[in-house]
Design a protein around this ligand. Structure first.
Ligand code: GDP
Length: 393
């Protein structure tokens, strides 16, 4: 049944990361507008709300999320919220706020990313602050986090080139200073693309620069072409289904429950049976929604809301997994983690063992990325993130 939807573009989950004020909201808004997803008025509203709302997931959510009624029907998802279509891909922009306080949000986006655009502010002083300010600059921190979550492909969008007169020297200077750092994070030179842009003046975003100060020395691809040149993400549809549940939407009146998340491996089809973990109960797939429209099949890489039938809604929970009935995922209560503690000035990496009071679906990070990530939360905020190095029981 995987061939039914042949011809559709493959999906690329793209995280937009970078220092606060580097221009991420402006860039995201412009791309969505230029590619027909937002009107000019909506674009300005988008940028404004993204700023005012602290760039949390809601700011991005409204761009896709048309009405409260739709929200209640449960067809929007928490992470995948805005998308546009290029020649090659259907590109989902992941919420990646830049402010220090929002690093946990940035992480939830980054863990789903196939590739990232690292936005750098080229203006004099700002770039330097992004690299070295506050001991550990956000530009550095974001690049490190993105890499530690397995993102290999990165596009460095050197933004606000208008503020430095589209100077080639400035662009080269920034590249020179960032490149060795990106190498030290584990990025290969061949997996890093450098693009000079101005999000504000719409230079080099979806077509070649019109400003001669830029087109005079830069003949490389525009940002959208660079995105299209990214290698297609590996989608393991041949492996059994694993759909980690990020969010659950219940409609008690209709006795319905929907599990939201991104398919890590395999595929899911209307009418098929799935195992709901950690409970181990079976349920039937009633319908599937992908970015607010229904589809009969979804596969690895897709962000979906799967409406389930024949299961007690209390058994479907965030942190759980939908999987193939013949291939249940492991469940455990004792783990060894390597975690990055966020709630302090300079993040540190430590190893530790944890015992949980309730069994969770878990796997070593090296075996399954989706089930090998851990988030430690306290009073509603994320205090540490990490990976599972060993499943002990
Ligand atoms: P974010 O915090 O990374 O999302 O940054 P914003 O998109 O909110 O942008 C921060 C500020 O920089 C805003 O005042 C933008 O208008 C401005 N800005 C963004 N891109 C550009 C650009 O290309 N050129 C100039 N001159 N200003 C920009």
């Amino acid at each position: 049944f995987l061939d039914q939807e042949q011809g559709i573009r493959s999906q690329l989950n793209l995280a937009i990361v970078g220092h606060v004020d580097s221009g991420k909201s402006t860039l995201s808004g412009r791309l969505l507008h230029l590619l027909g997803r937002l009107s000019k008025r909506e674009m300005h509203k988008y940028e404004k709300e993204a700023k005012e709302m602290g760039k949390g997931s809601f700011a991005y959510a409204w761009a896709m999320d048309e009405s409260a009624e739709e929200r209640e029907r449960g067809i929007t998802m928490t992470v995948a919220v805005a998308y546009f279509v290029s020649k090659k891909y259907r590109i989902v922009l992941l919420d990646s706020p830049g402010h220090k306080d929002f690093v946990p949000n940035m992480i939830s986006g980054a863990t789903q990313a196939d590739a990232a655009v690292l936005v750098v502010d080229a203006s004099v002083g700002s770039f330097e602050a992004g690299m070295d300010g506050y001991g550990v600059g956000q530009t550095r921190e974001h690049a490190q986090l993105i890499r530690s979550f397995g993102v290999e492909q990165i596009i460095v969008a050197v933004n606000k080139m208008d503020m430095v007169g589209y100077s080639k020297e400035r662009f080269d200077f920034i590249k020179l200073h960032l490149i060795s750092f990106l190498r030290s994070c584990g990025f290969k030179d061949s997996s890093v693309t450098w693009i000079p842009i101005s999000a504000m003046e719409n230079q080099n975003l979806v077509k070649a620069a019109s400003d001669v100060r830029l087109s005079g020395w830069y003949q490389g691809p525009c940002l959208l072409d660079a995105i299209d040149s990214l290698p297609p993400p590996l989608r393991d549809v041949s492996k059994p289904l694993i759909l980690p549940i990020c969010d659950v939407i219940k409609s008690p009146s209709m006795g319905q429950v929907a599990a939201c998340g991104k398919l890590e491996t395999g595929a899911i089809q209307n009418g098929s049976k799935v195992l709901v973990m950690p409970s181990g109960d079976l349920a039937m797939v009633r319908s599937i929604e992908r970015d607010s429209s229904t589809c009969s099949v979804a596969r690895a890489g897709d962000n979906v809301a799967v409406s389930l039938q024949g299961i007690d809604s209390g058994l479907v929970m965030p942190g759980g997994v939908l999987c193939h009935p013949d291939y249940p995922v492991p469940v455990s209560i004792r783990l060894e983690l390597k975690i990055l503690v966020l709630d302090i000035a300079a993040p540190i990496l430590i190893g530790s063992q944890v015992a949980l009071d309730r069994a969770v679906c878990v796997e070593e990070y090296s075996k399954c990325r989706a089930l090998g990530r851990a988030f430690l939360r306290s009073s509603g905020s994320t205090i540490a993130v990490g990976v599972v190095t060993r499943v002990l029981e």
